[in-house]
Design a protein around this ligand. Structure first.
Ligand code: ZN
Ligand code: ZN
Length: 303
């Protein structure tokens, strides 16, 4: 498979398997080898999930062992709904292809090797016999490179990055760490990804709930039948009527998913209307407004 998918609960994995396997089936023109590989992958993935969670949310713990630490930006929607997110992560280390591990740039400046005086070998006298040994200091070249390899920044090794698609576990919040075990893609280290939440124009996560600050113009409440409100599932029409009291409007269980232990539990979406008024209105508008107020009062007094 060219793409790799990772899931941390078996329901999601099974659902993915059922759709994908239909596409890959040889009876439907799929490649037989691909099909078998996919099944094998699925079984392994399922085994792994059943043993222990390889992707999890860490609230208050620090990396240990061999690890790679990253800070990544997540959207409120991604963490609230546990969406599939792409990460470009260094999964493996290999010898630098430019300097072949010597840490210095092979196209940069050189200097004569002082150990062998530029000969590339050392004379070793043994029982009046002279043996020539390759100089290990310069690897027999007779000279040394002096500039740091720009490819590996002098480390001699480079990290191979791979784009991984991870189904985010529920319950991730700002400052939490998303733990991804290296076992998932045979990496020698685990990944600790700190969550940096991207500020959203309207949404804010607060505890288990999602707060939506809705700026509504005073006349919209009176003139419009509906106000468009953004929810995690998209834009929705909410009757203007409910905003007339100016109090928060609660959409139960429309907030973020809470955690992997409580799979289908969600917090609430709380819409806080902020009725806005124009900062300045001109005399003409003021006169018209007064007329409207008069009309409304007459109506109220049964006139
Ligand atoms: Zn290098
Ligand atoms: Zn040498």
């Amino acid at each position: 498979m060219d793409k790799k998918f990772y899931f941390q609960n078996s329901q999601d994995l099974k659902r993915f398997f059922r759709t994908k396997i239909k596409e890959l089936h040889p009876d439907r023109g799929g490649d037989r080898e691909e099909y078998l590989k996919f099944i094998e992958w699925y079984q392994k993935a399922l085994n792994k999930i059943n043993k222990k969670p390889l992707i999890k949310v860490l609230k208050n713990s620090f990396p240990e062992g061999n690890f790679c630490y990253r800070i990544e930006t997540f959207t409120v929607k991604e963490v609230s709904l546990g969406l599939i997110k792409k990460f470009k992560l260094p999964v493996r280390e290999r010898v630098c292809p430019i300097c072949k591990g010597i840490k210095k740039s092979p196209s940069g400046d050189k200097k004569i090797c002082e150990k062998c005086n530029g000969k590339g070998f050392l004379n070793l006298v043994n029982n009046s016999e002279t043996i020539q040994l390759k100089c290990t200091f310069c690897e027999g070249r007779g000279y040394l490179f002096t500039e740091i390899c720009p490819e590996c920044m002098g480390k001699g090794k480079i990290k191979e990055e791979e784009v991984l698609e991870i189904k985010l576990p529920y319950g991730l919040r700002e400052g939490d760490i998303l733990f991804i075990s290296g076992e998932l893609f045979d990496s020698p280290w685990d990944f600790y990804i700190e969550v940096n939440l991207e500020p959203h124009a309207h949404f804010k996560l607060k505890g288990d709930n999602l707060i939506y600050e809705a700026e509504i113009k005073f006349y919209e409440v009176l003139l419009k039948d509906y106000i468009l409100i953004e929810t995690l599932e998209g834009w929705e029409k909410v009757p203007s009527e409910v905003f007339k009291r100016g109090e928060p409007v609660i959409f139960p269980r429309r907030g973020p998913y809470l955690s992997e232990d409580k799979l289908w539990e969600r917090g609430d979406l709380i819409i806080c209307p902020k009725i806005t008024f124009p900062e300045n209105i001109n005399e003409k508008a003021k006169k018209l407004l007064k007329k409207i107020v008069k009309l409304l009062e007459e109506e109220k007094n049964g006139g």
